[in-house]
Design a protein. Structure first.
Length: 265
């Protein structure tokens, strides 16, 4: 009988202690939830950090955030369940985004352009500067932009002459014929110059051939004998005509003089 009473007494004591424990947990959880909702701070990287308030426990935080005590301790390097008010606990680590960041294209610095020009002896006449074809120095090459601005380059031997710091736009490149040469192609080129560009224009020339030997002036042929006879005949006729004219004039004068004498008698 005494043994049965002991069992009953122990059972009642166990029920009372269990009820007290359940009541304590039931009373603790709402307070933990209320505090956690206020102090949890989400981060831009997706992590969740909880600032410990008075009365917080690892068990209550694990229930609130749907994790385990061991996970919280592992994330924060904790060796015990002791928490300090104001302590920040990492509840969820940063989340990796599945979207790849869009690469930003590198910015390209805009720089003024340049125009270079040169003159060469176009030995094969294909208007292309090839290895072995000599340069021609001293050729005037004009660079003109779309607004009428103009500068003149002088070709050099062994390298091109350049004008730099040019704004992008339309340009005309024109040259003059050097002495002793004739152009093997166009002497005027039109180009469009973009930013960050250097354009080289070539002008080919070919050596002029030597001056042609003038043809000798024709020497007049000596007159033939027939021509000489005709010339002498003409001169004789003119002499005879003059003599006859003098006789006629003299006869007229003599007649008039005779008439005047007859009247005088």
């Amino acid at each position: 009988m005494h043994r049965i009473h002991g069992w009953l007494l122990g059972g009642w004591i166990g029920l009372i202690l269990a009820g007290m424990a359940m009541g304590g947990l039931a009373g603790l959880e709402p307070r933990v939830l209320a505090q956690a909702q206020v102090t949890a701070t989400p981060r831009p990287d997706g992590s969740i950090v909880h600032t410990v308030q008075e009365g917080d426990t690892l068990f209550g935080l694990a229930l609130l955030y749907g994790t385990t005590v061991e996970e919280i301790k592992a994330l924060n390097g904790l060796d015990s369940d002791l928490l300090v008010v104001g302590q920040e606990l990492l509840i969820r680590p940063p989340q990796q985004s599945s979207e790849m960041p869009t690469p930003t294209p590198p910015s390209v610095e805009r720089r003024p352009g340049a125009v270079c020009a040169g003159a060469f002896e176009d030995q094969n006449g294909n208007e292309t500067k090839e290895e072995g074809e000599p340069w021609i120095a001293g050729v005037a090459i004009h660079v003109i932009d779309g607004h009428g601005w103009k500068t003149t380059l002088i070709s050099e031997a062994g390298q091109t002459a350049c004008v730099r710091d040019l704004e992008p736009g339309y340009y005309v490149i024109a040259t003059e014929n050097p002495t002793g040469y004739q152009p093997s192609g166009p002497t005027r080129r039109e180009i469009w110059l973009p930013w960050n560009a250097e354009i080289t224009v070539w002008f080919g020339f070919q050596v002029l051939s030597g001056p042609a030997t003038p043809a000798p002036s024709p020497t007049p042929a000596p007159p033939t004998s027939a021509g000489a006879d005709l010339s002498q005949l003409g001169q004789g006729l003119l002499t005879a005509a003059g003599f006859l004219a003098l006789l006629l004039i003299g006869g007229i004068i003599g007649y008039l003089a005779g008439q005047q004498r007859a009247r005088a008698r």
